[in-house]
Design a protein around this ligand. Structure first.
Ligand code: COA
Length: 326
């Protein structure tokens, strides 16, 4: 049996999510945790946040059951991207999964056609996905264009704490605070040449409220706002740089290294991982060995509109917070 959810008016809270969607979140969480085990999928709260509470609207989703068992699922979540002409509706592609034993039956191909056509009908112009080796082959059915592999660098902090930085643990209270309200204003105003995800205050607040993920931290100087988290490799703590944003009124490019130093100091980590690229805030390090990367991190584009030409599409900035890595 095939089933989809059409986009509905957005929900503001758990009480507004109907039982049907709640039940689907439970079934899809179980499937994702079975095939892609991750602490995000310990319960359905992550999918509820991701699919039902996004300020840009509910996810486009599809799933398939065999004999009452959920065997395949796929989703697109709304985002906004902007270029010099202004913001337009995009989606981010995620949670492509078919159950072991039900793979290579064409489910992923079929679900892609269904969700992308629903997205196109809703006025979405294009979507971005970060594929691994298996899903990279699978998305050829939609004619995606590979933009490139996200670079992943190991970056060492400077020897001294940088001046003028403040760091905050992200919590529900912090996201409601006057400090967050102030520092998150105007982060989405930098002039752009190519395309960039729109980091409005509202979108950043939602993104940082992700449940079941490692705790986030926000770091603030006069020039920059940075988002990070902490991970570890073979027992050694590693800071992970998730996003670097110029504050309102600042112009780049500027060095991101003071941010990296503050992030490492805050997490008591000897080094940081930085993935992606940023036209306004520059970070250089040593490329991480391939064996340390969880997947090839193929950055790919699917255009749904003549106005977004796949071959001419250039991203100004793409970092971990733009996707669902953390
Ligand atoms: C990636 C994934 C979602 C693909 O799902 P799937 O349902 O097996 O995908 P499809 O059946 O549509 O296509 C898979 C392959 O089977 C082939 N296939 C489809 N129907 C077929 C059939 N009836 N007979 C033989 N082969 C078939 C497809 O051509 C495709 O071939 P390819 O691998 O050479 O491209 C699945 O492998 C998976 O869940 N992997 C683990 C989770 C994961 O890595 N997700 C991606 C995260 S980025």
């Amino acid at each position: 049996m095939l089933a989809d959810t059409a986009p509905r008016p957005r929900d503001d809270g758990l009480d507004d999510v109907d039982d049907v969607q709640r039940r689907q979140n439970v079934l899809n969480t179980e499937l994702l945790n079975a095939e892609l085990p991750d602490q995000r999928f310990v319960d359905e709260s992550y999918l509820h946040w991701l699919y039902d509470l996004n300020p840009y609207g509910p996810a486009f989703q599809a799933w398939e059951d065999e004999d009452g068992v959920r065997v395949a699922h796929y989703a697109l979540i709304p985002q906004r991207y902007r270029n010099a002409d202004g913001p337009v509706p995009f989606v981010f592609s995620l949670n492509a999964v078919s159950r072991s034993g039900a793979q290579r039956k064409g489910y992923f191909g079929m679900l892609q056609l269904r969700v992308w056509s629903a997205a196109r009908d809703a006025g979405i112009l294009a979507g971005i996905g970060v594929t691994n080796a298996r899903s990279h082959r699978g998305v050829q059915i939609m004619g995606w264009r590979m933009i490139g592999q996200m670079p992943v660098d190991i970056v060492l902090p400077g020897p001294f704490p940088p001046r003028g930085w403040q760091s905050f643990r992200v919590s529900p209270d912090f996201l409601d605070s006057a400090v967050f309200g102030e520092v998150s204003q105007g982060l989405d105003e930098q002039p752009v040449d190519g395309w960039t995800n729109c980091w409005t205050s509202e979108y950043l607040r939602w993104r940082l409220a992700s449940p079941n993920t490692p705790p986030y931290a926000l770091h603030v100087s006069d020039r920059l706002v940075a988002v990070s988290t902490r991970s570890q490799f073979k027992g050694v703590p590693v800071a992970v740089v998730l996003k670097l944003l110029l504050r309102r009124g600042m112009s780049g490019p500027v060095s991101g290294h003071p941010a990296v130093t503050e992030i490492c100091r805050f997490h008591r980590a000897p080094a940081a991982v930085y993935a992606g690229f940023n036209r306004h805030v520059k970070v250089t390090g040593v490329p991480a060995p391939e064996r340390l990367k969880p997947s090839p991190l193929n950055l790919e584009l699917c255009s749904l509109s003549d106005t977004i030409r796949q071959r001419e599409f250039v991203l100004d900035t793409y970092e971990f917070l733009d996707m669902d890595a953390y």
